[in-house]
Design a protein around this ligand. Structure first.
Ligand code: PHE
Length: 450
């Protein structure tokens, strides 16, 4: 009871604030960087269609589950699972470890984006587009550390101010700005000569490219994009007001997340298409897409300097609202578990994340010969969290809610102030379809290269 009171006092002050903060978490590097090339690779329109269907069924069910667990227990991720069922304590630990692993390297990448923003803003966009610029940048530990430190410090400042004064206030400004920026550049890129062919390629369903891989890729992307299985939605749920409607909130977050991903594709696919003269492989450049191909595209386009600034500002905002959600998840665990105040908890998280982040930075520079399972630190952290730990956490969560605590645990929380409209679908999803999907994702990430 005591904690419920505390949550009400310190939680989100409005439904809009909650929805924007959770959308801020969901909208991140994944939407802007990964979604466009996956869509282009796995059949354009058909990928979009599959993604959309999965979002309103699979993604919806997992997200609503996490938010309901958070709000019902009023706890951070570690304690929340234990409160649902004592035997699931290890699940709380596993889920809680994920943001601890992701936060540091996410901020390292956030630092890269910040560097590109400053490059374009200071008029050196042309230099940033030159061959070897990115490789040079990440192979030196100096500038990368500086921008990483700035990025993590900015994240921490918001988190130190707390849920309402920090996260909610910032999300209410950043998210509308982000939306305006992305709409602005997508309109601009579509006016470039030849862009419409790229757009057609992006949205036209090509059935010949449809396969089970399309579904697995869409599922994996969706799951990551909605910030599931890492305790974030549980944490944000624990700060949600009891009178707000969880079901409509989740629908709104989904729409926000999907629109931004779709618009990012509308910028990137046509722009790269024009630049490369229709060469589709240019889209498939992995990390190079954002840091090598796009700077080149901007450099070659009329008004590209400004587009570059706007684009990288957009990516900084997207990455920052996600890193805020990661940091808040870890901070709330420390507060809950150790009973520490917000400020010292934040400082501890920043300190530990800084050290872990340095591993990722050194992994690309002075320790580049050192690899774990043939991966550099950053790629290794990314791999174990996304491909192994998260599917396991999601699978166990489905088992916990579908079979142990029963779906009524979630349904009751959602029905508190409204009718749970998708209840029938929800039950089937959580008990049968979502666990199956998670097994598929786990299997594919262990044994298939997509
Ligand atoms: N949902 C984010 C994205 O699409 C990913 C994310 C990962 C967010 C980790 C927070 C933490 O990029």
């Amino acid at each position: 009871m005591k904690s419920t009171k505390k949550q009400e006092k310190n939680g989100f002050g409005s439904k809009l604030g909650f929805v924007l903060a959770a959308s801020g978490s969901a909208v991140g590097l994944g939407n802007i960087w990964r979604f466009p090339y996956l869509a282009a690779k796995y059949g354009g329109g058909i990928f979009l269609l599959v993604y959309l269907i999965l979002a309103v069924t699979f993604g919806f069910s997992l997200m609503i589950t996490e938010i309901a667990i958070g709000r019902r227990t009023g706890k951070s991720v570690m304690q929340a699972y234990t409160k649902v069922d004592k035997r699931f304590k290890p699940l709380g630990w596993l889920a809680g470890a994920i943001p601890v692993i992701i936060l540091p390297y996410y901020c390292v990448i956030g630092g890269w984006v910040l560097k590109y923003l400053t490059a374009f803003a200071s008029g050196s966009g042309h230099a940033a587009a030159e061959d070897g610029y990115f490789a040079n940048f990440i192979s030196g530990a100096g500038a990368t550390t500086l921008f990483f430190a700035i990025f993590i410090a900015l994240t921490a400042i918001v988190v130190i101010f707390g849920v309402q004064k920090g996260i909610e206030t910032v999300s209410k400004v950043m998210m509308p700005v982000l939306l305006a920026l992305i709409i602005g550049i997508s309109i601009y890129t579509l006016t470039l000569p030849g862009a419409l062919d790229g757009l057609v390629y992006y949205v036209r369903p090509s059935l010949s490219e449809f396969s089970i891989k399309t579904v697995i890729a869409a599922m994996g992307q969706l799951f990551y994009s909605m910030s599931l299985a890492m305790g974030i939605m549980i944490t944000y749920g624990s700060y949600m007001r009891k009178e707000d409607n969880i079901e409509t909130s989740v629908r709104q977050i989904e729409v926000f997340d999907t629109i931004v991903a779709f618009l990012a594709g509308m910028i990137i696919v046509p722009a790269v298409f024009v630049f490369s003269g229709g060469d589709r492989d240019a889209l498939n450049a992995g990390p190079g897409l954002m840091f090598v191909t796009l700077p080149n595209v901007f450099d070659s386009m009329a008004g590209g300097q400004i587009v570059g600034v706007v684009f990288f500002l957009l990516v900084v905002l997207a990455a920052m609202t996600s890193s805020i959600s990661l940091m808040e998840t870890v901070v709330s665990m420390i507060q809950d578990r150790l009973g520490w105040k917000r400020l010292p908890s934040c400082l501890l998280v920043v300190g530990v994340s800084f050290l872990l982040g340095m591993l990722s930075i050194f992994g690309y520079s002075i320790w580049s010969d050192f690899t774990i399972f043939k991966m550099q630190f950053l790629d290794f952290f990314d791999y174990i969290s996304n491909n192994i730990m998260m599917p396991i956490v999601a699978l166990m969560t489905c088992i916990l809610i579908g079979y142990v605590a029963k779906t009524t645990y979630v349904e009751d929380e959602i029905s508190k102030n409204t009718v749970f409209r998708a209840k029938g679908m929800y039950r089937i999803m959580i008990r049968y379809i979502c666990p199956l999907c998670m097994l598929l994702i786990l299997f594919s990430s262990l044994f298939l290269t997509l």
